[in-house]
Ligand binder design. Structure first.
Ligand code: NAD
Length: 468
């Protein structure tokens, strides 16, 4: 286990920012603390008949807005401290991107590789049952989502278990990140990585910041390294590559690879599927240590695995000028100081990986509205656009081809609307943080992000008062 106390790290960042806010000590303490911590153990029968005792948590950090929201993590490293830290980060994240939820997080202490699919299903269903029994799940109470080690499959099992036990017309809103057929939303799987891309793009578009780093503006032509090619890391890499950036290094469980000529993402994923490893891929060279990609030459470093990866031990050696925190808590506070001293631009996790919860919010809205986005308007918009194009044709000698008409008159479908909502949110949130950085004359986006989140939550508390 890490020697870093993750929750303490989050609170250090909170305290650093709190001095720039006007709230009194008591209110700040209320914002900071975890409201409810639920620790559960339960037995699960293995395929061979043995019984394992499984440990899990659900932490609701802040109930100032309901439901609370946050992913469920499956990892052998899960513990109470980590779940509390991740729940707290969720509260600040939701506030930053104006998603009206309190923060929560769940964790089950298992290594998914040690269990078969049917064992994982039994664990997930039993964990859900425990959450239901204690009122830690429900569309208006607490809404889980995927995190490290979980995905749409687990969310589907959670919904099914909830539906078996509850007569709730809004049951589909009890969890997000579900398969589409079970009330999921198009664009959720890639949302976090896509949001990471939007965030990096926004940062790279700010001239003064790029100038200070000695870099050109824009994503195109920049080199990047990813740690963790899972859901978030893969999608972030995909969209960055599509925008013209070059992936030069990757770190995974089995080690690190580097190729200054660029690594083909899709081919690497295929190679890893076939061989079980990234080592030996194409013309890439294997680096001596597992995490060496973190200190490899590149413009943008994207830690997208777990917390406490960039620490006081390796921060001095990090060469990237932009640290894009796709994972939660990848940089410890001492590492943060070292990187800042070196003049690096750190795009903080609370902002950068918020795309997942933004699209989860859209999914939850869809579920409680019981209607797919675009269903009412797509055809209407198409007809209207076609009418406008006909008028243009009438006013000019331009005749649109069928293909052009199809393209120009396309009504927005669910994916288009979700993607545009996500993009807008990431742009607005970045602008807010940059404005706060300027207002307080800070050099640090993490502190600016925390100030913004604390202000929003603090004002909420002030307006609603404290229930006697
Ligand atoms: P995931 O399980 O899909 O992928 C994680 C990847 O990291 C795996 O491929 C794993 O092998 C790799 N990995 C683990 N330890 C590593 C190490 N020491 N070195 C190199 N690689 C390592 O998980 P994910 O959903 O992509 O989550 C990754 C991070 O992003 C976590 O911090 C999570 O909290 C955060 N996050 C996820 C979401 C989401 O929507 N999934 C949203 C916000 C934040």
């Amino acid at each position: 286990m890490s020697t870093y106390k993750f929750y303490e790290q989050v609170n250090k960042n909170f305290d650093k920012a709190a001095v720039y806010t006007r709230f009194d000590k008591g209110l700040l303490a209320q914002i900071k603390i975890c409201n409810t911590v639920y620790h559960v153990t339960f037995p699960v029968r293995r395929d061979d008949g043995r019984i394992d005792v499984i440990e899990g948590w659900r932490v609701e950090h802040s109930q100032h807005k309901l439901p609370t929201k946050g992913g469920i993590r499956y990892s052998h490293k899960v513990d109470e401290d980590e779940t509390m830290a991740l729940a707290a980060l969720m509260s600040y994240k939701c506030a930053l991107v104006d998603v009206p939820f309190g923060g929560a997080k769940g964790g089950v202490k298992i290594s998914t590789r040690d269990y078969s699919e049917s064992e994982l299903e039994r664990i997930t269903r039993r964990y859900t049952y425990e959450l239901i029994k204690k009122g830690f799940i429900g569309p208006g109470v607490d809404v889980p989502a995927p995190d490290y080690g979980t995905g749409a499959r687990e969310m589907g099992w959670i919904l099914d278990t909830y539906r078996q036990m509850k007569d709730d017309i809004n049951a589909e809103g009890c969890v997000t990140g579900k398969p589409i057929q079970q009330g999921g939303i198009r664009g959720r799987t890639e949302a976090t990585g896509r949001g990471v891309y939007f965030g990096i793009r926004e940062a790279c578009n700010i001239k003064e910041d790029m100038k200070a780093l000695g870099l050109e503006t824009g994503v195109e032509g920049k080199t990047f390294v990813v740690q963790g090619l899972g859901n978030v890391g893969y999608h972030a890499a995909k969209y960055l590559t599509e925008a013209g950036a070059k992936m030069v290094g990757v770190a995974e469980m089995e080690g690190s690879i580097y190729d200054e000529d660029g690594i083909d993402l899709e081919k690497l994923v295929q190679f890893r599927k076939e061989t079980g490893s990234i080592i030996g891929f194409g013309g890439s060279k294997e680096l001596p240590n597992r995490s060496d990609a973190l200190i490899a030459e590149c413009d943008i470093l994207i830690p997208a695995a777990l917390e406490s990866q960039i620490t006081g031990d390796n921060a001095h050696a990090v060469k990237a000028k932009i640290i894009a925190e796709a994972a939660n808590g990848p940089t410890t506070s001492d590492a943060h100081e070292i990187l800042k001293e070196r003049g690096a631009l750190i795009l903080p996790d609370t902002y950068l990986n918020a795309g997942g919860v933004v699209v989860s919010y859209f999914e939850w809205l869809k579920d409680i509205q019981h209607v797919r986005y675009g269903r009412m308007s797509k055809r209407y918009d198409e007809t209207s656009y076609k009418k406008i194009l006909k008028v243009i044709e009438g006013l000019s000698d331009r005749k649109f081809t069928e293909e052009e008409l199809g393209d120009l008159a396309k009504g927005a479908d669910e994916y288009d609307l979700v993607d545009s909502g996500l993009e807008e949110t990431m742009i607005t949130a970045y602008q807010q943080i940059v404005d706060i950085r300027r207002e307080h004359n800070l050099t640090d986006l993490r502190t600016a992000a925390f100030i913004n989140a604390i202000n929003k939550i603090g004002i909420m508390y002030e307006q609603m008062g404290i229930f006697p």
